[in-house]
Every structure is written in structure tokens, then in C-alpha cells.
Design a protein around this ligand. Structure first.
Ligand code: FMN
Length: 215
């Protein structure tokens, strides 16, 4: 049983967020969700909001659009979430947020959690994007950069995508990538890029937690 923070980004695979929350809870975890604004386009946030499980940028900056100001003592959600979470799962991880994570940009609550993350704690990333986005050179560059930061050492640039994911997972004790799968994508293309199936994402969480607890 762990506190699992589920980060959701603006891939069409965010339709699976409610299912992911349910599966993680069924595995005995306490679950909270931090969502980008784009991800909210793909699932109904109301049940998570009602259950007090959801944090969005509006919670990070309450009333900002109406001229409200920060007052000393106000909550800082990205730090509270980081302290609460034993594991950070970002599923789906879209190309835009992957790029932000790799270079350290933190312009929303989710990426602020990432930037403030205690790097001794595990993270699981489940990328999801169109085939050509996945095969774009940026993707490999960004994954290799994250891997180096997560203690995986130098990962050769010539590796095929699945070998790259395998090497990262073998070499880093804190970073686990759940590679995308091949199927008919929502955009109409068929190819690699769909988010891994929910049970496989949850299995990766379980395995990383088991490894962290054994260490
Ligand atoms: C219908 C639709 C589906 C999308 N699906 C994906 C996707 O699967 N993967 C991806 O990387 N971007 C996808 N995008 C683009 C992202 O939503 C866009 O890059 C957005 O800026 C991401 O913001 P975020 O990273 O802050 O969530 C999609 C956009 C739309 C409109």
C-alpha cells in the first residue's frame, strides 16, 4: 500500500484516467491525481473532484483569473503533493510534458511536482502519442536525458526504441518506463504510440514499489 500520485497529461489516452485510479485503488493504494489543463479535455473530473482526489492548476493558483493574491500560509499544492506521494506515475505522458520533464520546465502543477520531486522516490512514466511523435528524435533524446538524471548512466543513442526502454528499466532503480504499444490510434493511424494497457501500467507500479521497498 502506497500513496500514488497519478499525473495526467493531454494525450487522448487520458480517457483511461478513471480506470487507472480504480485499478490502483483496487491494488490497495491511496491515489491522488494531478492533471494538466489539456488532460481535462479527455475525462470527467467531477467524481475525482468530489472525492477530493484531484488537483489542477486552478487549485495551485486559486482565484488568479479574478485578481486573487497569494497570502502567506496558503497551501502550495505541488509541494504538498510531492511530500504526500511515495510514487509519481505519469500516465499518459504526452510528448509536450515529456519534453518539459527532460529540460526542467515547470509551468503547471504537474511539472512543478516533477521539478520538486525527491529523486530517491520512484517514478513510472507511460508515454502515449502518435507513432511519428514517438519515433521523432526528440523522444529518444528526452528519454535518454531523463534516464541519465535517474542514475541509468550513458544510454547509447543508436538503440531501437524497445531496447532503449529496456536499458533504462534495467539500469535505473527509480525510473520505470512503460513503453507504448501498437494498435489503431485515436487519430486513425495504426502503429506504435498507444498507452500501455491499464493492468500493465499498474503492474509496473507494483514492481517498482516492491523494488523500492526491498532496497
Ligand atoms: C484530440 C487530441 C488528442 C491528442 N493526443 C495526444 C497524444 O496522444 N499524445 C501527445 O503527445 N499529444 C496529444 N495531443 C496534443 C496535446 O494535447 C498538446 O501537446 C497539449 O499541449 C499537451 O499539453 P500538456 O502536456 O500540458 O498536457 C492531442 C491533442 C488533441 C486535441
Amino acid at each position: 500500500m502506497a500513496n500514488v500520485l497519478l499525473g495526467a497529461t493531454g494525450s487522448v489516452a487520458a480517457v483511461r484516467v478513471p480506470q487507472l485510479v480504480e485499478a490502483l485503488a483496487a491494488s490497495g493504494h491511496a491515489v491522488k491525481v494531478v492533471s494538466t489543463a489539456a488532460a481535462l479535455y479527455f475525462f470527467d473530473p467531477a467524481p475525482l473532484r468530489a472525492a477530493g482526489q484531484l488537483t489542477t492548476d486552478d487549485d495551485e493558483w486559486p482565484g488568479r483569473a479574478d485578481g486573487a493574491r497569494y497570502a502567506r500560509g496558503d497551501a502550495v499544492p505541488h509541494i504538498e503533493l510531492r511530500k504526500w506521494a511515495d510514487l509519481f506515475l505519469i500516465a499518459p505522458l504526452d510528448a509536450n510534458t515529456l519534453a518539459k520533464l527532460a529540460v526542467g520546465l515547470c509551468d503547471n502543477c504537474l511539472t512543478c511536482v516533477w521539478r520538486a520531486w525527491d529523486t530517491a522516490r520512484p517514478v513510472v512514466l507511460a508515454p502515449a502519442m502518435n507513432t511519428l511523435m514517438w519515433q521523432n528524435a526528440f523522444t529518444k533524446r528526452h528519454l535518454r536525458s531523463l534516464a541519465a538524471d535517474a542514475g541509468a548512466g550513458h544510454i547509447p543513442g543508436h538503440l531501437a526504441d524497445d531496447a532503449l526502454v529496456q536499458q533504462i528499466n534495467d539500469r535505473s532503480s527509480t525510473l520505470r518506463i512503460v513503453g507504448p504499444i501498437t494498435k489503431a490510434l485515436a487519430c486513425g493511424d495504426t502503429g506504435i504510440g498507444a498507452m500501455a494497457e491499464v493492468p500493465d501500467v499498474v503492474a509496473a507500479v507494483q514492481s517498482v514499489l516492491a523494488r523500492a521497498q526491498a532496497a
